[in-house]
Design a protein around this ligand. Structure first.
Ligand SMILES: [Zn+2]
Length: 167
């Protein structure tokens, strides 16, 4: 088992490794409790305006300088649609309405999330302006896409450019 924690977050005791529910898991003997580690969930948002897709240029690694769909992590107590609206607002200053679930992606590359939920959205209000971990924002036509990063952004943008993404 990959060691992902040494101490119990509740009592501070040292964790052991114990077979629970079919696999070895961190286990706190003091609390008599297995410690479950959950997948990190992110959302990604596909916004098309006048036959162009909204992309952000990443200001930080991974993927610094390359372009991707607006995206970010879902907070522990947050609905994924709410995270999608919040992250889009933070990165692009655009208020959006989430329209449709497009896909759920597993981790396939050096992205930081384990599960990525993709939505399509429509712009309600605002002018596109880069914020948070975006260095720039832009709308791109199918035949003029910039260098992209991250499997979900690459996959969705390719499907869209081939006319195979129903938004
Ligand atoms: Zn404990």
């Amino acid at each position: 088992m990959t060691r992902i924690a040494n101490y119990c977050a509740i009592c501070g005791g040292s964790l052991q490794s114990k077979r629970v529910s079919g696999r070895m898991r961190p286990f706190c003997a003091s609390c008599d409790m297995p410690i479950y580690f959950d997948p990190k969930v992110a959302v990604v948002v596909f916004i098309e305006v006048d036959d162009r897709v909204l992309l952000i240029q990443r200001a930080v690694d991974p993927g610094k300088g390359k372009w991707a769909l607006p995206a970010g992590f879902v907070d522990h107590d947050e609905a994924p649609e709410a995270a999608a609206r919040r992250e889009t607002l933070e990165e692009t200053h655009l208020q959006v309405r989430i329209d449709k679930l497009l896909a759920v992606f597993p981790k396939r590359d050096h992205g930081l999330a384990d599960i990525i939920i993709a939505y399509s959205a429509k712009v309600l209000d605002g002018e596109a302006l880069a914020g948070d971990d975006a260095a720039a924002v832009g709308f791109f036509a199918r035949d003029n896409l910039p260098p992209l990063v991250f499997y979900p952004s690459i996959t969705l943008t390719r499907l869209w450019s081939q006319g195979e993404l129903e938004l």
